[in-house]
Design a binder for this molecule. Structure first.
Ligand SMILES: Nc1nc2c(c(=O)[nH]1)N[C@H]1C(S)=C(S)[C@@H](COP(=O)(O)OP(=O)(O)OC[C@H]3O[C@@H](n4cnc5c(N)ncnc54)[C@H](O)[C@@H]3O)O[C@H]1N2
Ligand code: MOO
Length: 547
């Protein structure tokens, strides 16, 4: 397999000056570390990145349900500041030159030797580069265009509909609008435990349990009388109000009921049809079936729901160097993608089979592709032009149509989208570098699956960022970020995370989104487009997130 990140320094590969001469020197060094961290978005808090007191806000949804923040960012900060003084992992930030932190993606982005543009600065046009392995290939599509192609491909087929019993419907997308099958409530209902009364009081009443929920219709209530009633019971005809038991005085001796406060006609009665009338649309087609939608559907009379079947996805993991268990040894490494992709794809609404580990075996890949009955095959690794990178040659041999062959995005530029045959499965080829694979998953697989599943595309939104994020000279960068609340009247913002190199998962593991950084980069205090990760609190619900 092709090694892609030979130029990366591993955390700790830079050596910090040990044993500073004086306390002041140490303080100065600490300040320098903080400044370096701020430049790569690894710093947070007052006086570090931004530090102006202005807090950018998550601008998508003012009703953002994100809970007030817990210890997450404190933990991250603690980790960082500890690292910056004692841990090996921050050493590169302390001593790197302004040329680039190995973990902000710049060094891998700069294999062609061009300098990273300063955020927000206009870039001169650059000549087209050859794509991996094939100098004759046209330049790859932009990140936006690649996503649009994938989304359109997903929406291409005729929408399928199945009916699933309620307990199997969560996480699916409604194929049709849900109309109420009944009025809700379906009869006039008491909203409180108390007394149903007719006309002005006091009211004569009879002893006994009175009217309970779930019983048949009661006789009409004569004027001047009252009957005990439970919450949820049918209100008898001619009832003018319900009086809560705590607002009623019962004169047992005289058999009379008195109201302790004035009675308003209709009080504490839920009239039939208050929430909806039969046939009224409750939720539109395309809605994800959440637990709340299930409850509403059940209340409105549904036993089964019309939904779009989940897209079926086969995962094929390529690479002879991969281990399924234990510690890396003898040049072999753990497969990080097999364990990650199944749950991630389920969270995107897919029904997943695999991962199957095929090694670097073109024959095995070919027969796995031709025998698959999935809607989408996701492969990992083997997308580049190394001696055992078999994805392109096998797709060529099968006559597959390449819809996207490389994308102008870092990491992940060798990702691809193909269709094996006009009616056959799609294939998303994820690069082997783990963060590059995440990039391919969100750039190509996510919009394709959303299209197949009838799921509405994630609304793009922007959030403020309190750090400069450097851009690649000509490609979009996807950078792991975490949302942070504004404190002390400040505004919510996102903090870019370190350890965002193509071969690293440490940054994305702490992230709840990816910043979409345009080639010009992003200046501190401005907004950047955010792609939510499936576990971000505001992401549309899917069953996969909960199972
Ligand atoms: N001549 C060129 N070579 C490469 C280029 C290029 O432009 N020209 N691009 C590099 C980039 S960027 C990437 S990304 C990789 C993509 O290569 P492949 O998709 O062929 O991936 P592999 O070579 O199979 O693996 C790359 C890297 O990732 C490790 N890997 C693979 N699978 C896994 C896994 N399941 N879990 C953890 N790690 C995995 C693998 O061992 C390699 O280190 O191509 C570059 N080359
Ligand atoms: O830069 Mo590659 O696309 O490692 O991901």
């Amino acid at each position: 397999m092709t090694g892609s990140d030979g130029s990366h320094r591993e955390p700790g590969s830079d050596v910090r000056a040990a044993g500073s001469a004086s306390e002041r020197a140490r303080e100065e060094e600490e300040r320098a570390v903080e400044q370096a961290l701020a430049l790569v978005g690894g710093s947070s808090g007052p006086g570090r990145s931004g530090g102006s007191g202005e807090r950018p806000s998550r601008s998508r949804d003012p009703r953002d349900p994100r809970a007030p923040w817990d210890s997450r960012d404190e933990d991250l900060n603690a980790g960082r500041s500890n690292d910056s003084h004692t841990g090996p992992s921050s050493a590169p930030h302390a001593h790197r030159s302004s040329g680039g932190d190995p973990y902000d993606g710049r060094d891998s982005d700069l294999r062609d030797g061009r300098a990273a543009p300063a955020p927000g600065r206009e870039q001169p046009p650059l000549p087209d580069r050859p794509s991996p392995g094939d100098p004759a290939k046209p330049p790859p599509p932009s990140w936006d265009r690649a996503r649009a192609v994938a989304a359109r491909a997903g929406r291409g087929g005729p929408p399928a509909t199945i009916r699933l019993p309620l307990d199997r419907a969560p996480g699916h997308v409604l194929a049709e609008a849900l109309g109420a099958l009944t009025d809700l409530p379906s009869f006039d209902t008491s909203a409180m435990d108390g007394w149903a009364v007719a006309g002005p009081g006091p009211w004569a009443f009879e002893a006994g349990a009175g009217l309970l929920a779930g019983r048949g219709p009661a006789a009409a209530l004569p004027d001047g009388t009252a009957v005990r009633i439970a919450t949820g019971a049918r209100v008898p005809p001619e009832t003018t109000a319900v009086i809560r038991s705590e607002h009623a005085h019962v004169d047992e001796a005289r058999g009379l009921l008195h109201a302790r406060r004035s009675v308003v006609t209709g009080q504490d009665i839920r009239p039939r049809g208050q929430e909806c009338r039969s046939g009224e649309q409750l939720v539109p087609a395309g809605t994800v079936v959440t637990p709340a939608v299930l409850g509403l559907a059940a209340a409105a009379g549904y036993d089964a729901l019309p939904v779009v079947p989940r897209p079926r996805v086969d995962i094929l993991v390529l690479g002879d160097e991969l281990l399924n268990a234990g510690l890396p040894h003898d040049g072999l490494i753990r497969d990080a993608l097999g364990p990650m992709l199944g749950p991630w794809l389920r969270a995107l609404g897919a029904e997943v089979s695999g991962p199957r580990r095929l090694g670097d075996d073109a024959g095995a890949l070919r027969s796995a592709l031709t025998s698959s009955d999935a809607d989408l095959i996701v492969t990992t690794g083997g997308t580049a032009a190394g001696p055992v990178d078999h994805v392109h040659p096998v797709l060529d041999a099968l006559g597959a149509e390449l819809l996207v062959d490389g994308v102008a995005v870092r990491p992940g530029h060798p990702m691809l989208l193909a269709r094996l045959s006009p009616d056959g499965p799609y294939l998303v080829g994820l690069p082997g570098n783990p963060l590059a694979a995440v990039s391919g998953l969100l750039t190509l697989a996510e919009p394709l699956l959303a299209g197949i599943a009838g799921r509405p595309a994630q609304d793009p939104y922007r959030a403020l960022v309190h750090a400069e994020v450097h851009g690649h000279p000509h490609d979009t960068r996807l950078v792991p970020v975490v949302h942070r609340p504004g404190r002390a009247g400040g505004r919510d913002h996102v903090a870019p995370l370190r350890y965002n190199g193509p071969a690293m998962l440490r940054g994305i593991a702490a992230a709840d989104g990816l910043a979409v950084v345009p080639p010009g980069g992003v200046r501190s205090g401005t907004e950047v487009e955010i792609l939510d990760l499936p576990w971000a609190p505001a992401t549309p619900w899917t069953e996969g997130c909960f199972t």
